[in-house]
Design a protein around this ligand. Structure first.
Ligand code: ADP
Length: 294
C-alpha cells in the first residue's frame, strides 16, 4: 500500500479575452470546474497504474462528488476527511493568448492534524510507502514520523521550499524533482549544474530527476541511470510529472527495478502529454502496456 498525503483541489477555469483589470467586472461564457491538485493527480495516476493507494487529506463536507470521482478512478478515499473548511481551490483565468493567472487557496489541504496523522501511520504496515508533495501542511512532521515507523518515504517537493526540503532529506528514501526544483535545491542556475551538484551535495540520497522531453535521470550514490523520453507530439504537459510519479512509484511498489520503473513512468507521461487536461489525460495500465509494445 502507498499512503499519499496530498492536496485535493477544484480548479475553476474561466476563459477570457484578457485578465480582469483592477476595478473591472468581466463576464466569462466559458467555465469549467476540474478536479486536480498534485496530490489527487498522483493518487489517480497510482491507481490507474494498478497500485493500492490510500489518499490522505480533507475536503469540505459539501463536496461529496470529489470523493466519488476519486473512487471511480480506483483511489481508496477512506482516509479523506470531510471538514467545514472550504476545499482547496484555484481560480484560473485563461486568455486567448494561452496565458494564465491563478489564485490558489489551500483551504482544507492545510488542515491535516498531528493526532490523525499518528493514527494513520500507526495503521500502516512494514513495506508500505508514504508519498508527499508540498501542497499540504505538516509535511516535515509526516516525513519524520513515517521514517520513525520504518516506512519508506517518497517526497516530491512541489512547489519547492528549499529550507523545508533540506530539513527532511535525511528521512527520505526517494526524492522526485523536476529540473526547476532540482536547480532550486542545489542552488545552481542550470540543469547541467544541478545534475552534477545534487549527487555531490547529497551523496547518499536517491533522486529521480525528471527532465521534461529529455527524459529522466536517477542517482543514489551507487547507480547513475538515465532513461530518455519517448518521442511524441506534445499538446499539453500538465500533469506529466504527476503521471510519471504515479506509474514509476507503482512499478517500484510491485518490485520492478528502478530502470524499468522509470521506463514505465516515461511511457505513461509521454501518453499524458499528447492529451489536453490534467487528471483526464492520465492513461491506464493497459494503454501503457500497448504503448510499450508498439
Ligand atoms: P513536471 O511536469 O513536474 O515539470 P517534467 O516536465 O520533467 O515534469 O515531465 C515528467 C516526465 O514526463 C519526463 O521525465 C518525461 O518522461 C515526460 N515528458 C514530459 N514532457 C514530455 C514531452 N514533451 N515528450 C515526451 N515525454 C515528456
Amino acid at each position: 500500500t502507498i499512503y499519499n498525503f496530498g492536496s485535493i483541489n477544484l480548479d475553476h477555469l474561466y476563459q477570457l479575452d484578457h485578465f480582469v483589470r483592477p476595478g473591472e467586472t468581466m463576464a466569462s461564457d466559458s467555465y469549467q470546474c476540474l478536479l486536480g491538485g498534485k496530490g489527487a493527480n498522483q493518487s489517480v495516476a497510482l491507481a490507474k497504474a494498478g497500485a493500492q493507494v490510500k489518499h490522505v487529506g480533507a475536503v469540505n463536507s459539501l463536496d461529496h462528488a470529489i470523493l466519488s470521482e476519486l473512487k471511480d478512478y480506483g483511489v481508496n478515499v477512506e482516509l479523506v476527511e470531510y471538514i467545514d473548511t472550504p476545499t482547496g481551490h484555484a481560480i484560473i483565468q485563461l486568455t486567448k493568448a494561452a496565458e494564465n493567472s491563478i489564485i490558489l487557496y489551500s483551504g482544507a489541504n492545510h488542515c491535516l492534524e498531528k493526532s490523525r496523522i499518528d493514527v494513520i501511520l500507526n495503521g500502516a504496515e512494514k513495506g508500505d510507502w508514504v508519498l508527499l508533495q508540498n501542497e499540504t501542511n505538516l509535511v516535515d512532521y509526516i516525513v519524520i514520523e513515517a521514517h520513525k515507523k520504518g516506512l519508506k518515504v517518497a517526497f516530491n517537493p512541489a512547489p519547492m521550499d528549499v529550507e523545508l526540503t533540506k530539513s527532511v532529506l535525511p528521512y527520505i528514501a526517494l526524492l522526485i524533482v523536476n529540473e526547476v526544483e532540482a536547480m532550486d535545491l542545489a542552488g545552481v542556475d542550470s540543469i547541467d549544474a544541478a545534475e552534477k551538484a545534487l549527487p555531490e551535495q547529497y551523496p547518499d540520497l536517491a533522486v529521480l530527476m525528471t527532465l521534461g522531453s529529455d527524459g529522466v535521470r536517477y542517482f543514489d550514490g551507487d547507480d547513475n541511470l538515465y532513461v530518455s523520453a519517448f518521442k511524441v507530439e506534445a499538446k499539453d504537459t500538465t500533469a506529466a510529472g504527476d503521471t510519471f510519479i504515479g506509474f514509476t512509484m507503482s512499478a517500484i511498489l510491485s518490485g520492478a527495478n528502478i530502470q524499468d520503473a522509470m521506463k514505465r513512468g516515461c511511457a505513461a507521461s509521454a501518453i499524458c502529454v499528447t492529451r489536453i487536461g490534467a487528471m483526464i489525460a492520465i492513461p491506464d495500465s493497459k494503454e501503457v502496456d500497448d504503448f510499450l509494445s508498439t
